[in-house]
Structures are given as structure tokens and as C-alpha cells.
Unconditional design. Structure first.
Length: 322
């Protein structure tokens, strides 16, 4: 008896179920025509910058294209990208296709309370926040959120909150946050004109010889093979200037006040290391990870930011990399 061969069944792979729109990381969203009235805080901006802020994620090339084609109108008239918008202007924005990114993880209640408790000054235009070490000023590079995202989460009714400047993740100290665009523009101009000065406290290895010292070595950025960013003293680098003043001497190390006149990446850390006094806790530039032996209770209190530390040692930012 001959057995008939059975037909071979080809397995059918089922397509994975489509994720809901809310779960797709970059789903496209079609917007309708928008008529936006410029409020006083947004007045004085170039039109292209106004649109970039309004249409987050839309490439600048597309912004310029819709303006050139006349699809963007201000008070029903055609305008150029560099035109300045004024309070009360009505800006027509055509239908756009924007990528809707999945919402980032929201900061928890605890971190919101910590950040609100760190606010040391506030008025209608400005927030001053004493940022703790270990918290970035903004999210990115693997971080779901930073200081600015936490403040926005804890103040959902705030129409405008923007960082005036940045501070390294491992540095504690005051950060200015503008509550109005006019304040942001004014404060950033003050920084550019060097009318706002930054002072940091840094614990360095060794006995610092001079009570006051100026370091003006040029600095240049470079990348390690693993992509890590570093800075070195290099004659072809950018002009840099840091002023150092001894605050307190301890056995084997010194607490100094560092005032960067220029604002180069890792400037204080590299300048201090270059003259033989790397920051304690800065292995990137030779400072090691541990405190020297014999650290006094007073110094440990300073480094931890304890309220019981001497006032003259905790009134400035502590620039301790870590």
C-alpha cells in the first residue's frame, strides 16, 4: 500500500499587534491651521525663532520653506523669517505634520519636593535654585529629566520656565531659571557682557602656594577613542582665564574660590590640575575618588553641604566632580 505524501504546511507568521498611538515613540500628528496671538513675553523675537519654539521638532529648513511660500502670515500679511513679532500680532501657522514623541518619565513627587525646597529666591521674573550635586540641569544622554523638567512638572501652570545658564551635573550651586522670555534675554545678555560673576568653591589636592593666583592657559577639547569628551591645555586652544583665591588651608589640601572669567568646558578642573592641584573627586583630571586621609569633620560637613558647616565655607557653589 502506497502512502500519499502529505502537503507541507508553511507556517504563517502573525504580524505583531500594532501598538496604540500613545505607545509609539515617533507617531506622526497632523495639526490644523493655528492662529497664535503673540503675548508680551514673546515680543521682539525673530519670526523664525518664534516658530521654532512653537513647532518643536520641525526642522528649521521646513520653517524657512513655509515662510518663503507665504504659508505663514503675520496679521494676514506675508513676512520674512527675520521679521520681529510684536505683542498682539496674530501669526497664522499652516497645517503641519509633527512627530509626537512618547512622553518621558515624569519626575516623582519626592524629587519635585526636593527641587522646590532648593528654591532660594523667586519673583515674577526669576527663580534661583540651589542645585544639589548629582542632578543634571536638563534631561538627555540617558537621563529622563533634570532640574528644568522637575520644575516644570511641579509648576504645571507656569507658562514659561527656561534655564538661563548651565551647571555641571556633579557641581552644586545656584542656577538661574527665567520665568519670562524678557528676563531670559536680559540675564543671558548680562552673562555675555560679564556683568554677572560666577564663583565656585573647589577642594584641591596639595598646599596651594599663592593666596591669589591667575591661570590663563588656552584650552582645547578633544575626544577619547570611546567618545568621552575631555579638555587639555593646548597652545592652539581657546583663550581661557580663571582666578583662584585661597579660602581655607587644610593638611595636604586646600579649599579655593575659583572665578572663571571665560566659560570653557571643564575650565576650572583643567586649570587647577595643570598647576598641580587637581580637584578632589575628579578622576578624569587626576584628582582621585577619595578624600585624603585626615579629613576633618569640619571639611566633611562642608563637602556634604551640611547646614552646620561654617558659613564662610558653604556660601558658594562647591565644584566637586565626582
Amino acid at each position: 500500500m502506497t502512502r500519499k505524501p502529505q502537503a507541507r504546511r508553511t507556517p504563517v507568521r502573525k504580524a505583531p499587534a500594532a501598538k496604540p498611538a500613545a505607545e509609539r515613540a515617533d507617531s506622526a500628528v497632523q495639526t490644523g491651521v493655528q492662529l497664535v496671538t503673540v503675548d508680551p513675553d514673546m515680543a521682539g523675537q525673530r519670526l523664525d525663532n518664534f516658530l521654532m519654539a512653537r513647532l518643536r521638532g520641525v526642522p528649521r529648513s521646513i520653517i524657512y520653506r513655509i515662510v518663503r511660500k507665504g504659508e505663514v502670515r503675520v496679521n494676514k500679511g506675508r513676512v520674512k523669517p527675520d521679521a520681529r513679532v510684536q505683542a498682539g500680532d496674530v501669526v497664522r501657522i499652516p497645517p503641519m505634520v509633527q512627530k509626537a514623541k512618547a512622553p518621558a518619565a515624569a519626575p516623582g513627587d519626592r524629587v519635585q519636593r526636593v527641587m522646590e525646597a532648593a528654591v532660594v529666591f523667586e519673583n515674577d521674573e526669576l527663580l534661583l535654585v540651589n542645585k544639589p550635586s548629582g542632578i543634571a540641569v536638563h534631561g538627555g544622554s540617558g537621563l529622563s529629566f533634570g532640574l528644568i523638567e522637575v520644575l516644570r512638572a511641579s509648576r504645571p501652570d507656569a507658562r514659561f520656565l527656561e534655564l538661563v545658564h548651565r551647571l555641571d551635573r556633579d557641581t552644586s550651586g545656584l542656577v538661574m531659571v527665567a520665568k519670562k522670555r524678557s528676563a531670559l534675554k536680559f540675564l543671558q545678555d548680562e552673562l555675555r557682557q560679564k556683568r554677572i560673576r560666577k564663583h565656585y568653591h573647589a577642594l584641591v589636592a596639595g598646599d596651594w602656594a599663592n593666596a591669589v593666583q591667575k591661570v590663563s592657559e588656552p584650552l582645547q577639547r578633544y575626544e577619547m577613542p570611546n567618545g568621552e569628551r575631555r579638555v587639555e591645555v593646548n597652545g592652539e586652544g581657546k583663550a581661557s582665564l580663571t582666578l583662584f583665591r585661597v579660602v581655607r588651608r587644610f593638611e595636604g589640601y586646600t579649599l579655593v574660590e575659583a572665578s572663571p572669567v571665560t566659560g570653557r568646558t571643564h575650565q576650572i578642573r583643567v586649570h587647577a590640575a595643570h598647576i598641580g592641584h587637581p580637584l578632589v573627586g575628579d578622576p578624569l583630571y587626576g584628582g582621585g575618588l577619595k578624600l585624603p586621609k585626615g579629613a576633618t569633620a569640619e571639611l566633611v560637613a562642608v563637602l556634604r553641604g551640611d547646614k552646620d558647616a561654617p558659613k564662610d565655607l558653604r556660601q558658594h557653589a562647591l565644584a566637586l566632580a565626582g
